[in-house]
Design a protein around this ligand. Sequence first.
Ligand code: SF4
Length: 430
Amino acid sequence: MLSQTTKTIYLARTLSPLLNTSYPLHKEDWLAYRVEGTLPYDDVGPMSFYLHIPFCRHLCRFCEYTRMSLPDDMRQLRYLDVLAQDIERFLAAHPDTVLQGFDIGGGTPTALSLDNFQRLMTLYADTVRRVQLTSDFEPSIEGTFLTLDNEKLDAIAQAGIRRLSLGVQTSSSTVLNAQGRNNVDADVMQRILDQAHAAGIRKVNLDLMYGLAGQDDASRQRDLDVIHHLMPEQVTLYELRVNMLPGVQSASKEELYNAYCSCYEALIGMGYHARFGQNTFSRSDSDFGVSSYLRNRMLKGTSYRGFGISAQSMSAAGIAYNPGKNEHRLSSFLDRATFDEETHYALPPEELLSKYIAIAAYSGGFSLDIASNILGHDAGEHFSDELAFCLDEGLLTLDNDRVQITRKGFLHYGAVFSLFYLNHKNIKTN
Ligand code: SF4
């Protein structure tokens, strides 16, 4: 009887375009949990920092991140000064901070002017010098090919950052130009990769996207040929998510599934490592293909503190967003004296668990042990009906505490994982 209910819910969910790695599904879903004050970070243990640099030279239409056109050098510098003050205030209040990750993303951090970029790298280096770092600490920075040069690559390496993530998305100029983004020649990509390695950056990740309008088998093959030619240390495959892009049509689940499968097979054939359903690929089988910030967030659900416009933070008490999230007139936020969190949600375990499962879906599965920790009791027992249904239907496998999506399950992975959101019977999926 219960299993029938689970099946009915699952089948209805397969039709929802909202179910993917996003959570919550609607802006208003957490309003009941909104509280005043900042998110507490008491007794969190090792955590990560994330710095958001929201500036880009061009704004791509497919992008769901908080970003704005690159302001002049003075406003860039002022943004970095406010970031530095926010970090200073956090460290003064939490002098025993232990960092297990530090990502600088955006936006395009490397779009800053050279002077300001060097100031950002100094800010990073000064911050990590003041705190204890875990042995698996592996910082990372995002950038684009056309905003990098030798000086910026040297500044990254000298600051101690050895992982660089660059967006390719697709090599198809037709597809990219329709999205307001310029194509980059393969020889330019090769030159930047060579310069990055020569500067001392050991791992370069390239992002590829699927689900963009105009992509087809032929363009995908050209994208994979570029990867085969460049052979970066890591590749991340992103599905276009349209939750935050009103009016943008999503590709069908079948098209997305076929695109993922063809990329997965090709990347494995090139020698990359990843479990089926995972979106990160690495040439090293002992490397998950991401920074330590993302690895800990995705696999262990550990705490992180975001700095800068719209950055997200999480601790065991809930989730907070800095000002600017979902705002259209972002430039007005640049005049603020602080970007510290303004919206804080004190979340009950069911919401924290749902958020963890949605993020963990990037890895193609989640840990029942971590789910149990968040829940405060045995997640395997709690979800016995959902697990039994998914195992019987061949949608998931269970190996010790690791729940992993199967090929059959991946077609509607969002519907499968949503069965493990604690309030799953009540969520609105359209
Ligand atoms: S460059 Fe990156 S962050 Fe900026 S708009 Fe394009 S995809 Fe988004």
